[in-house]
Design a protein around this ligand. Structure first.
Ligand code: FES
Ligand SMILES: [Fe+2]
Length: 445
């Protein structure tokens, strides 16, 4: 359990809260490059409790700014995106990518009032199909982007999706570092090992041993998590997950040509999260059949870790991230199929992410962790909470930023899955495979 005070600290992300201010020190991945066209319609998003418009200017530059016009508050969503700026359609004030007012046609020509008006705008960087936003205090000199491999490989090696979950970001994050749930929540009776495209030895170990022993340790990027299961008589199967500050996860892969997956759990506000999911191969483009699986789900119609292209409600025009609200959600009981639960599957919930979301949204928008009962299988969750809480407290109480804010290389890591002799140390045995450089050096089973 967590005290009510620490629960508040962990879950609240608005400006002025310790965790909200911590997150503002980091670059935040939010919008796909494909969502904004040159001189096109602004994309509505909401990050850390702030509504934002993201748009692409004539030159291709990306802007992230408040939708509320600093003149009298009209929405800049309706603005004219033209000639390197966004112009409010109420009285024609125009703003550049840093929020500088560059035209104020409603004021007398001799007025210099426009030089005194600055609109709230944040720094942006676009890399390999993804737009990152920096909402922190160092707008003139922001840190470098984190060297997360999934966003460093060429675009044809990484597949990304988004979906909105109606719960606090840390509930979904906890689900991803909790390896013990998959032997239950994601299992089926008829085909217990077919959780991804193919059956791998590691999946068999995972399904056979449903009470993994967890070990977790603090690192300069977050937490390194090992889940140990029995493999053969003299060996253990270790699945190694990464939690990276402030809200990233990388889950362990399978097989000898592995795909690595994970999420950025980007808080929209205290009660909603953008689940930005990635799957990549470090050394080669994704194949057509992999892409087909990622886009369209399993052959039996069930969803995978990624929402399929059919998994969304029709776009809700005036909602942030309006295209990414799933059709399986708390108000329709996630379209559970009770017959399937009796006959085929552990849950009857239609696929992997829906099963996760079904558990996490029904905890409540913000779960009260003072009521929980944590077992030994929750070791990693406890450690990840501490890691984030410590970072938030250090910043708010002593002004100390985590190393990971300013050192992009601490993110240069991978997850792994290894089978090693029972008497060897998993941290040492997996060390070389957890480095994302050299790129060919991965381990998975
Ligand atoms: S409200 Fe935007 S220019 Fe007047
Ligand atoms: Fe899961």
């Amino acid at each position: 359990m967590l005290s009510i005070a620490d629960n508040e600290l962990l879950t609240k992300v608005s400006a002025g809260t310790p965790t909200g201010d911590l997150m503002r020190r980091y670059w935040i991945p939010a919008v796909f490059s494909s969502e904004v066209e040159k001189d096109g319609i602004p994309h509505r998003t909401r990050l850390l409790g702030e509504d934002l418009l993201v748009l692409r200017l004539t030159s291709g530059k990306i802007v992230a700014m408040s939708p509320s016009c600093p003149h009298r508050g009209a929405s800049l969503f309706f603005g004219r995106n033209e000639q390197e700026g966004l112009r409010c359609v109420y009285h024609g004030w125009k703003f550049d990518e840093r929020g500088k007012c560059i035209d104020m046609p409603s004021e007398p020509p001799e007025s210099n009032f426009k030089d005194k008006v600055t609109h709230l705008a944040y720094r942006t960087i676009e890399r390999n199909g993804l737009i990152w936003i920096y909402m922190g205090p160092n707008q003139d000199n922001p840190p470098l982007l984190p060297n997360l491999e999934w966003n460093l490989v060429p675009q044809d090696q990484c597949f990304m999706t988004k979906r909105i979950a109606q719960n606090n970001y840390f509930q979904t994050l906890e689900g991803e570092i909790d390896s013990s749930h998959s032997g239950f929540l994601h299992s089926s009776f008829t085909d217990p090992f077919r959780l991804t495209t193919k059956q791998e030895q590691g999946m068999i170990y995972k399904m056979r041993d449903r009470h993994p022993r967890f070990e977790a340790l603090d690192t300069d990027y977050g937490v390194l998590i090992g889940a140990r299961r029995n493999a053969e008589k003299d060996s253990y199967y270790w699945r190694i997950t990464q939690f990276l500050l402030p809200f990233h996860t990388i889950i362990p892969p399978y097989g000898n040509d592995p795909l690595f997956s994970g999420h950025a759990w980007v808080p929209m506000d205290d009660e909603n999260v953008i689940a930005l999911c990635f799957t990549y191969n470090p050394v080669r483009p994704l194949t057509d059949s992999e892409l087909d699986f990622l886009r369209h789900g399993r052959h039996d119609g069930l969803e995978t870790l990624h929402p399929t292209i059919d998994a969304f409600l029709p776009k809700i025009a005036n909602k942030p991230e309006g295209a990414w609200w799933p059709k399986h959600h708390i108000d329709n009981d996630f379209n559970i199929n009770w017959e399937l639960q009796k006959t085929t599957q552990y849950t009857g919930l239609p696929g992997t992410w829906v099963q996760d979301s079904g558990m996490q949204e029904t905890m409540g928008r913000v779960v009260n962790r003072a009521n929980e009962h944590l077992g030994v299988s929750d070791t990693a969750i406890i450690r990840a909470r501490k890691s984030l809480l410590n970072a938030s407290k250090l910043l708010s109480e002593q002004g100390i930023e985590p190393t990971s804010v300013n050192d992009p290389n601490v993110y240069n890591i991978r997850s792994a899955s290894v089978v090693i002799p029972k008497n060897s140390d998993w941290i040492t045995a997996s060390a070389q495979f957890r480095i994302a450089d050299p790129r060919e050096n991965f381990a998975a089973i």
